[in-house]
Ligand binder design. Structure first.
Ligand code: GLP
Length: 248
């Protein structure tokens, strides 16, 4: 595991966008595994800037997102499809046909999961998978469980995750309780994992995921088994790792 320690969220975003941009320049038809949540927002902002000012070209890039809420249409402002369109896809020269997000409104959700896994196989998985981490250690929507789930699947979100995501929804609006998520096979089959974390509220999850035992109780801990993983985290997010304790 390569750990890049930065001083704040802004630096995290700059480092992450540089890595992603370098990949896109080296491999213009790269398959990017993308994530939602507040963590990658600055990264997407910087990629948009690079597209506008430095000719970063997305015309041949394909993207596969990690997850989507069940029951939200892609036009719903809190759907992950709308998030990706608004923060990245509509602002760069990517072809909409090359962007994939699970369909949370699919009539046959089991089929949707199966087809999402087939899509990943057809794309030969991703060149890079961007990941955030939930405060309970989840990656994508793989929640803490007794076992790791390999395939794309539907999941009941934990109370903690529902509450954490409530901030994105209007007051009184129902927060979805279920989601479709890429499974661990899809994530771990990526050629490179890039996990981002900032802020004190991620400190326990980061310590457990990066340095604790590999366990489905901390889904993010599975990244320790990947051969090419980069973690970019700020000092607050690393504050429970014990890496920066003052010597006596
Ligand atoms: C959601 C997403 C995850 C994301 C997590 C953390 O649950 N499904 O992919 O990593 O939230 O979100 P945030 O970056 O807003 O803290």
């Amino acid at each position: 595991m390569k750990l890049i320690c930065v001083s704040n969220e802004e630096e995290m975003s700059l480092e992450a966008s540089r890595l992603i941009a370098a990949l896109v320049r080296i491999k213009p038809d790269a398959v990017l595994g993308l994530a939602t949540g507040s963590t990658p927002l600055g990264t997407y902002e910087e990629l948009v800037r690079m597209h506008g000012e430095e000719n970063l070209d997305f015309s041949r890039v394909r993207t596969v997102n990690l997850d989507e809420y069940i029951g939200l249409d892609g036009n719903h402002p809190q759907s992950y499809r709308a998030f990706m369109n608004g923060y990245l896809f509509d602002r760069v020269n990517i072809s909409p046909a090359n962007t994939f997000v699970p369909n949370g409104m699919a009539e046959d959700l089991e089929r949707e999961c199966l087809e999402y896994d087939q899509l990943l196989e057809q794309l030969n998985f991703t060149d890079l998978q961007l990941l955030g981490i939930g405060s309970n250690g989840h990656i994508a929507f793989n929640e803490p469980d007794d076992y790791f789930t390999a395939h794309c699947h539907c999941v009941d979100l934990t109370h903690e995750t529902i509450e954490a995501n409530r901030r994105f929804f209007a007051e009184g609006e129902d927060v979805p309780t279920r989601a479709i998520t890429m499974g661990m096979r899809g994530i771990m089959s990526s050629r490179r994992l890039l996990l981002l974390a900032s802020g004190k509220k991620k400190a326990e999850a980061v310590a457990a995921a990066c340095f604790g035992p590999v366990s489905p109780r901390v889904p993010g801990s599975i990244i320790q088994l990947h051969h090419e993983v980069t973690v970019i985290a700020d000092l607050d997010a690393l504050s429970k790792t014990g890496l920066f304790e003052e010597a006596d």
